[in-house]
Every structure is written in C-alpha cells, then in structure tokens.
Design a protein around this ligand. Structure first.
Ligand code: MF3
Ligand code: CO
Length: 277
C-alpha cells in the first residue's frame, strides 16, 4: 500500500493509537505531511535535485567555492526558488561548501580554490512556494588519494544504508545503529554533534535524525514524515569544532578528512520514497 495523502488508513491510525498507549515516542501530527504540503515539497525537491545535477556538470579544478555559490544563486532564482541557506540564522551565502577536513557548513569564498586531490561536499537547500528541500553530494577534484576515495565511497554507502532502512514502524535508532556499524566496520567514525532532521515545511524540524545509536530506541517512524539522512563520516575521530572566526565552519579536530552525502526521504505506508539525492 502507498502513502495515502488524503489521510491515514484505519490500519495506520490503529497502529498510532496502539503505540501511543504503549508509551512509544511518536512524531507530532503536524510532522505528517498533508497532500498539499507533499505536492509543494516534491516540487521543491525537483529543483534541488536539478541544481545538484547542474553543479555536477560544472564543478572543476581551479574554480573557487564562490563560483559555486554564484551558480547556486543564479540557478535557484532562475527557477523562481530561494536558496534556503541565504540569511538562515545569519549564514552569508547560498550554499555550504566543505573541503577535506571541513565537515560541513563551509562558507563559499573567492579565496578558496578547488585543487587537485580535494574532496568537496556541496550542500544545497531550496525553498519553493514556501516548501523546503535539502541534499548534498561529494565531488572529487582531479586525482584523489585512494584512501580518501574510499572514505567518500563508504560515506555514500552509509547514507544509502540509512535510506534503504527508512520505513514505518521502526525506530530512528535502528537507522542510526546501521549507519554507525557500517562506518565503524570500515575503520571510520560518525560525527555526533550534527544530525539529520525533519524538513519540508521548515528548513529544520523535528525529529533529529542521529547517524549513530542503538536499535529499538528513539522516535517511532510513521508514514507521512519527511526527513534527511546525512551522515558525516570522519577518517579519524568523530571530534569536531566550529571555527570561531566565522561561527559556522565545522572542522575535524584531528585535521583528517570528512565526507558526507545527504538525501531526503518520505516515509510511505510500506517503505520510503527518495525525494532528493
Ligand atoms: N543544509 C544543511 C543541512 O543539511 C544546513 C545548512 S544551514 C546553513 O542541514 F545555514 F549553513 F545553510
Ligand atoms: Co540537512
């Protein structure tokens, strides 16, 4: 059965009531998308994905991260949309660009040139007709060290494992645990201080989606939720710090590289649908 946007089947409603009686943590009703919201979120997500596809064709060695910011701003506004990062809690640019030991929230700069061997995360978020979407991908510039290529690959696998698991009536901790196991099995660590999140009606909504944790714990996943899965995987320790100079840039404590891929999913009655990747 598919997610039924007109309201829940009796079966879903009965399950929600049962879990409520059992004292299981459930999402608040406003986090379960209506048909109208979902239509808007899908449109926003389409633009967000088209933007990442466009960037994939244009990102190359020698350009600056400010050039990427420029492309994001122009492409998004050309599609009658708004780059969600711009002005968000004071963020100064339209996109986050995070190179090598920068974990996330890097600020594009005319002084920052993409160099041979860099690994780069580009995180784009779009507002269209008031609805939000979010996704990020890694880009490898020129000839990247094999050990770094493996980090990028395993980070993608971690995201994909999380997305594949996403379905109703399991717990968020089930997803986190699966991601953590895969990262640690490969000798890497999962960043603890930043997480995925509900997204759609606002940029960042409940719940927090941690990429580590214990099976059988955390919020119950319910049809109609939309949230991101965006594990940040470090080659070394999971410790990070925020650059005090700009208040945004998150870096690994040990200076080793970090990689991240982000998708946004809709929970349906029998599984999930990938909205962005
Ligand atoms: N796109 C980021 C995320 O995945 C959020 C960036 S907030 C910003 O949640 F202000 F830095 F853009
Ligand atoms: Co996000």
């Amino acid at each position: 059965m598919r997610f039924c946007p007109k309201g829940y089947s009796d079966e879903v409603e009965a399950k929600i009531q049962q879990y409520k009686r059992d004292g299981v943590r459930l999402p608040q009703r406003h986090l379960l998308r209506t048909a109208e919201q979902l239509a808007g979120i899908r449109e926003s997500a389409k633009i967000n994905t088209a933007l990442l596809n466009y960037l994939s064709e244009h990102i190359e060695e020698g350009m600056t991260t400010a050039d990427i910011d420029q492309m994001v701003y122009c492409f998004t506004t050309d599609h009658d949309a708004i780059p969600a990062p711009f002005g968000y809690e004071g963020f100064p640019k339209s996109v986050c660009t995070s190179i090598n030991d920068v974990v996330c929230h890097g600020i594009p700069s005319t002084k920052e040139v993409l160099r041979n061997g860099d690994i780069l995360n580009v995180d784009v978020s779009t507002i269209y007709k008031g609805y939000f979407s979010d996704a990020s991908r890694m880009f490898m510039i020129g000839k990247v060290l094999p050990e770094w290529q493996r980090l990028v690959q395993v980070a993608k696998e971690c995201r994909d494992i999380g997305v594949e698991m996403a379905r109703p009536w399991i717990r968020l901790g089930d997803i986190g645990a699966a991601i953590q196991e895969h990262a640690e099995k490969n000798g890497y660590s999962v960043v603890r201080d930043l997480c995925g999140h509900g997204v759609g009606v606002k940029f960042h909504e409940e719940p927090d989606v941690e990429h580590f944790g214990k099976r059988g714990t955390g919020m119950m996943i319910v049809p109609g939720m939309t949230f991101t899965i965006e594990p940040m995987i470090n080659m070394g320790s999971y410790e990070v710090f925020i650059d005090e100079a700009d208040g945004w840039t998150v870096c690994t404590e040990d200076g080793l590289p970090s990689a991240q891929w982000e998708s946004m999913v809709l929970i349906t009655e029998d599984g999930h649908e990938v909205l962005t990747e």
